[in-house]
Ligand binder design. Structure first.
Ligand SMILES: *[C@@H]1O[C@H](CO)[C@@H](O)[C@H](O)[C@H]1NC(C)=O
Ligand SMILES: *[C@@H]1O[C@H](CO)[C@@H](O)[C@H](O)[C@H]1NC(C)=O
Length: 623
C-alpha cells in the first residue's frame, strides 16, 4: 500500500518544479497560449467565411443578438437603456425611409456627421442594412477639409445630427451644387435644401429589412470609411472592409471579455476605437455599452459606479486627465477590471494603477488603415504589444534602421533596408500580401502608394510604412518610441502637418511654414509648432493669424507656438528639416528666433516670454 503511493510526492515535486521552471523561463507561457488560441479560433472563422462565400458580418451578429437577447440593454445613453431590439427596429426604420425615398441603395456611400448618440448607431446600421458603405466624418473639422472628406469617398448623401447643423452653413451651397442630398436628424426643416429625417423615421415601419440587401460574399468588401490624418495632406478616408471590422470586434473577446461585461465608451464614434472595437466588441460578446456624448474627467468614475462598468476604453490622454483629477476616497470603488486602448505611457500607467487599483490595462496598437495589430495581452507596463514565434508566422513585420536627420530609412549598398537588433529602435514596417492586405484610401491611388515602401529586402517586395518608431526587447515586448514624418498626436487626434502648413500658407504675410510637434512636460503627444518665414515687406500679425486658424483648423490642429525664422533649413533630399526644430523645442531662453504663443484670452498670438514659458512647463497655464 505504502509503496504504491510513494510516487505521488515525487510526481508532485516534479510538477511543481516544472511549474516554477515554466514560470521562470517562460513567465507568459499560459497567457500566450490562451491568447494564441483565441487568435487561431478567429482565424479559422474567417477562413470558413472565405470557403462558404458568405461573410457573417458584425451587422449579421447584431441582428442575431436582437433575436436572441431582444430585451437586453445594448446601449445606455444619458441614463436611458436602448435594448438590442430597440436599436434593431430603429435601424430598420431608418433603412425604410432611405429606401422609400430612393435616397440610398446597395453599393452607395452615405456620409454621417453626428456626435455620439444612440441614433448614430441606428443610422449607421440602418444604412448598412441596405448594403451602403458609411463614411464617418470627424465633427471637429471645418469648411474646406469637410468638403474634401465628402468628395473623396464619393458620397451622394449626407446625414447630419441635429446639433451639428450650424457646421453646414458655409458649405451648404457647395454641397447642393454637387447634388448631394442632405438629411438632418430633426423633425422640422430649418435650412433650405435640407430634408428632415427624424419625423420620417418615427413614422416608418419597424419590420425587418430583407437580409439579402446587406449580404456580402467577400471579407474585402468596404463597409465603412473612417478618416485619418494619415501622414500627409488633408484627411484621408481609410477603407474599412468587413475583414477589419470583424477583427476589431473580436478585441474585447480576445482579451477575455464576456456577455456580462458593461463597456464604457467615452471616445468619439467617428474613430475606429469607439465604433469598431467598442460598439463592434459589445455586439460580439452580446454585452452592454454605456455611451457618452463627450468624455468628462469629473463624471468618469461616477458613471462607472452608477452603471457597474467593467471595461473602459481609453486613449493615453484620457488616463492622464483622470490622474490629474483631485484624489477621492472613492477612487478604488468601482468594478472596472479591464481597460482597452492605446497610447498609455509608462509613468501615467503606474500612476493610474496607484490611483484606481489593479485594472488590467490592455494596450492595442494598430491604425485604422494598417494591416498589423499588436496586443499587450499580459499587461506589461509600458509595452504596446507582445510578439512571439507564432505571432510572427501570422504577421510579417520588421523594424528597420531609420535616419532621423535625413528623414528616411537607412539603405545598405544594395539599396535594401537594414533590420535593427533587439532592443534598438527602428521604423515599423508590415509586409503587404494576401493574408495581410492593405486596402488603402478611398479615391486616391497616390496617397495609398505613399504609405507603401517597396524593395525593402528584395526587389519587388512591398511593406506598409506605419510611420512609427518602435523597439522590441528580449522578451518580445514591443514599445512605442516616436512617430516620424508628417503627423503628430495632440489631444487624442492625429494632426497632419501638411494640412496645417497649407492653411498657414493662405495668409498673405506668411511666405513659408514648416509645421511640427514639440513635447510639453505633463502632456501626452506633441503640441503644434510652426516655423514660419515672413514675406518680405510684411509683418507678423498675431491677431490675424489667431482668427485665421480659429476659422480653418480644428482646435487640436491649431499651432500653439510660432517661431519666426529667416531661412528654412532643408534635408539632403530637399524636404523641410523638422528633426532639429523638434529637438530645439520652444524655450525662449535657448532659441534666439522670435517666439509666439497662442493665447485664447487675448485672442491672439502673443510673445512667448520666459514667464509664460515657465507657466506652461509647470502646468499653471493650460494649453
Ligand atoms: C446636378 O443636377 C442637375 C440636374 O439634374 C445637373 O444639371 C447638374 O449637372 C448636376 N450637377 C453636378 C455637379 O452633378
Ligand atoms: C450594480 O450592482 C449593484 C450590486 O451588485 C446592484 O445593486 C445595482 O442595481 C447595479 N446597478 C445597475 C445600474 O445595474
Amino acid at each position: 500500500m505504502l509503496v504504491s503511493i510513494a510516487w505521488v510526492p515525487a510526481a508532485l515535486a516534479g510538477l511543481i518544479a516544472i511549474h516554477f521552471a515554466q514560470k521562470r523561463c517562460f513567465p507568459y507561457f499560459w497567457k500566450d497560449v490562451f491568447y494564441l488560441w483565441k487568435v487561431i479560433q478567429y482565424g479559422v472563422r474567417l477562413e470558413l467565411y472565405k470557403k462558404r462565400r458568405r461573410v457573417f458580418t458584425v451587422l449579421d451578429r447584431f441582428v442575431q443578438r436582437a433575436e436572441q437577447i431582444p430585451r437586453k440593454p445594448f446601449v445606455i445613453y444619458d441614463g436611458v437603456p436602448y435594448t438590442y431590439r430597440d436599436v434593431d427596429e430603429r435601424s430598420n426604420k431608418v433603412a425604410h425611409v432611405f429606401e422609400e425615398h430612393g435616397a440610398a441603395k446597395k453599393g452607395d456611400t452615405v456620409a454621417l456627421l453626428m456626435n455620439n448618440e444612440p441614433d448614430f448607431i441606428s443610422v449607421w446600421f440602418g444604412l448598412s442594412k441596405l448594403g451602403c458603405a458609411v463614411a464617418f466624418l470627424n465633427t471637429n473639422i471645418k469648411g474646406k477639409s469637410l468638403l474634401h472628406c465628402f468628395s473623396c469617398c464619393g458620397a451622394k448623401v449626407l446625414v447630419v445630427g441635429a446639433d451639428l447643423l450650424d457646421m453646414l452653413e458655409d458649405i451648404l451651397p457647395n454641397l447642393l451644387e454637387h447634388n448631394i442630398s442632405i438629411w438632418a436628424m430633426n423633425a422640422e426643416s430649418c435650412l433650405p435644401g435640407v430634408q428632415t429625417l427624424l419625423d420620417k423615421v418615427e413614422r416608418a415601419p419597424a419590420r425587418p429589412v430583407p437580409a439579402e440587401r446587406r449580404a456580402v460574399t467577400s471579407l474585402k468588401t468596404p463597409t465603412l470609411y473612417i478618416y485619418t490624418s494619415g501622414t500627409t495632406g488633408l484627411p484621408k478616408a481609410a477603407v474599412v472592409t468587413h475583414m477589419q471590422s470583424t477583427k476589431a470586434a473580436a478585441g474585447f473577446w480576445a482579451y477575455g471579455g464576456h456577455a456580462d461585461d458593461i463597456i464604457y465608451i467615452p471616445l468619439p464614434l467617428y474613430h475606429s476605437a469607439a465604433s469598431l472595437i467598442g460598439v463592434g466588441g459589445t455586439i460580439e460578446m452580446g454585452a452592454t455599452c454605456v455611451l457618452k456624448k463627450k468624455f468628462s474627467a469629473s463624471q468618469f468614475w461616477n458613471d462607472c459606479r452608477k452603471y457597474n462598468v467593467t471595461i473602459i476604453q481609453y486613449i493615453g490622454e484620457l488616463c492622464r486627465y483622470l490622474c490629474s483629477q483631485p484624489k477621492s476616497e472613492l477612487d478604488w470603488q468601482h468594478k472596472v477590471h479591464m481597460a482597452v486602448g492605446n497610447g498609455l505611457r509608462q509613468d501615467v500607467w503606474q500612476e493610474f494603477h496607484r490611483r484606481f487599483g489593479e485594472i488590467r490595462m490592455c494596450e492595442l496598437y494598430g491604425s485604422t488603415e494598417g494591416n498589423l495589430c499588436f496586443m499587450n495581452h499580459v499587461g506589461k507596463i509600458g509595452a504596446v504589444g507582445r510578439s512571439n514565434f507564432f505571432y510572427k508566422l501570422f504577421f510579417k513585420y520588421v523594424l528597420v534602421k531609420y535616419d532621423k536627420v535625413r528623414d528616411e530609412p537607412v539603405r545598405n549598398k544594395h539599396g535594401f533596408c537594414i533590420p535593427v537588433a533587439k532592443g534598438e529602435t527602428g521604423l515599423l514596417l508590415s509586409k503587404v500580401n494576401a493574408q495581410t492586405p492593405f486596402f488603402g484610401y478611398a479615391g486616391s491611388k497616390q496617397l495609398t502608394e505613399r504609405k507603401l515602401l517597396r524593395d525593402v529586402f528584395a526587389k519587388g517586395d512591398m511593406y506598409f510604412n506605419t510611420g512609427d518608431l518602435m523597439a522590441e526587447d528580449k522578451e518580445d515586448f514591443i514599445y512605442f518610441k516616436d512617430r516620424i514624418g508628417d503627423t503628430f498626436r495632440w489631444k487624442g487626434e492625429n494632426v497632419a502637418t501638411t494640412e496645417v502648413t497649407e492653411i498657414l500658407g493662405l495668409l498673405d504675410f506668411i511666405q513659408e511654414a514648416n509645421v511640427y510637434g514639440v513635447e510639453v512636460p505633463g502632456h501626452e503627444g506633441r503640441a503644434g509648432m510652426a516655423a514660419v518665414i515672413i514675406r518680405p515687406g510684411n509683418n507678423f500679425d498675431g491677431k490675424k493669424l489667431f482668427h485665421h486658424v480659429l476659422d480653418h483648423l480644428p482646435s487640436y490642429g491649431r499651432p500653439i507656438f510660432i517661431r519666426i525664422q529667416e531661412l528654412m533649413e532643408l534635408t539632403g533630399t530637399f524636404k523641410q528639416q523638422k528633426f532639429k526644430l523638434v529637438d530645439s523645442g520652444f524655450n525662449p531662453s535657448v532659441i534666439s528666433d522670435p517666439l509666439y504663443v497662442l493665447d485664447n484670452v487675448e485672442k491672439s498670438y502673443i510673445v512667448l516670454t520666459d514667464a509664460v514659458y515657465n507657466r506652461i512647463v509647470s502646468g499653471q497655464q493650460k494649453l
